[in-house]
Design a protein around this ligand. Structure first.
Ligand SMILES: Nc1ncnc2c1ncn2[C@@H]1O[C@H](COP(=O)(O)OP(=O)(O)OP(=O)(O)O)[C@@H](O)[C@H]1O
Ligand SMILES: [Mg+2]
Length: 265
């Protein structure tokens, strides 16, 4: 049978307590997929309004989805129906404008939105345009916030794999348990597979494994404390430029053996 050329469309989201290494993990996962070529056509989505991912990837973002949302709200508030209608017609194009296309991957930053209040119809339209855009990629990696609401409201209603990053602290584990509840009980987002990655680990793997087991969470792997990662961050150097390092090696192992293993390729 001829091999299908349809996009594989594998959706992977990264979440977890603030500062645990979500962005570092997403950037290193990108690096691994670019190195081994298993990601195919690759889309990165920065769903965190603080927007750390562009820096970690070495990409300069000119326009965000938040800015597009602001434009739409501003035009709609002027109340000119014709203008609003034209804007809706141009939405696909506007979202495309926010897509930063590099040689080997593309990046979409959700960014911040300054207008408070619920603009559900606008969020719904933008999310559906984002979902359509994402459907033409083989792999979509989403760098999220601690919670899942932001991803659900503005990016995607479903993902294949949700990776929770935790450090070796009880707060990190508590957040992981909350995220598990959001995904599996409250169903804030639909997800097929959920697992934990422990970051900045200095031993204690057995204790962490037990804690994850007690929560009913699969462990995808452990990443050691790695001074190269901290050093790159201090210098503002993109983590994508790391070539070899214990942290990157651990991420490669997790990505190749647990996330993009045969079940998902
Ligand atoms: N394995 C590691 N070894 C050493 N430093 C690390 C490691 N992982 C992440 N860091 C450092 O920890 C800090 C937080 O990492 P990062 O920004 O990736 O976390 P985050 O979860 O995305 O944070 P936020 O919630 O603010 O978005 C950064 O300074 C990063 O360089
Ligand atoms: Mg981050």
């Amino acid at each position: 049978m001829a091999e299908s050329t349809a996009p594989k469309n594998r959706l992977v989201a990264v979440c977890g307590k603030g500062g645990t290494g979500k962005t570092a993990f997403t950037a290193m996962m990108t690096k691994v997929l670019l190195d081994n070529g298993h990601g195919g056509k690759l889309l990165l989505i920065d769903a965190d309004p603080a927007m750390g991912l562009p820096l970690a990837l070495g990409v300069n973002v000119r326009r965000t989805m938040g800015q597009i949302r602001e434009d739409i709200i501003r035009t709609a508030r002027k109340g000119k129906q014709e203008e609003s209608r034209q804007l809706v017609d141009k939405l696909d194009y506007m979202v495309f404008e926010a897509l930063e296309e590099m040689d080997n991957f593309a990046l979409l930053a959700m960014g911040r939105t300054d207008t408070l209040g619920c603009y559900c119809p606008i969020n719904d339209i933008l999310r559906s345009v984002t979902e359509t855009l994402a459907s033409s990629f083989d792999t979509i990696l989403i760098d999220g916030e601690a919670g899942l609401e932001q991803i659900n409201r503005q990016v995607m209603r479903r993902v294949d794999t949700l990776i929770i990053i935790s450090d070796a602290t009880s707060r990190g584990l508590q957040t992981a348990a909350q995220i598990k509840g959001m995904a599996q009980t409250e169903r804030v987002i639909q997800c097929e597979r959920l697992g934990l990655v422990f970051n900045r680990v200095h031993g204690n793997e057995e204790l962490l494994k037990q804690a994850a087991q007690d929560m009913g969470l699969e462990v995808f792997g452990y990443i050691p404390q790695d001074e190269n990662i901290a050093h790159y961050d201090l210098l503002g150097k993109p983590l994508m430029e790391l070539t070899t390092s214990p942290g990157l090696d651990a991420v490669r192992n997790i990505v190749e053996k647990r996330i993009f293993n045969e079940r998902f390729s």
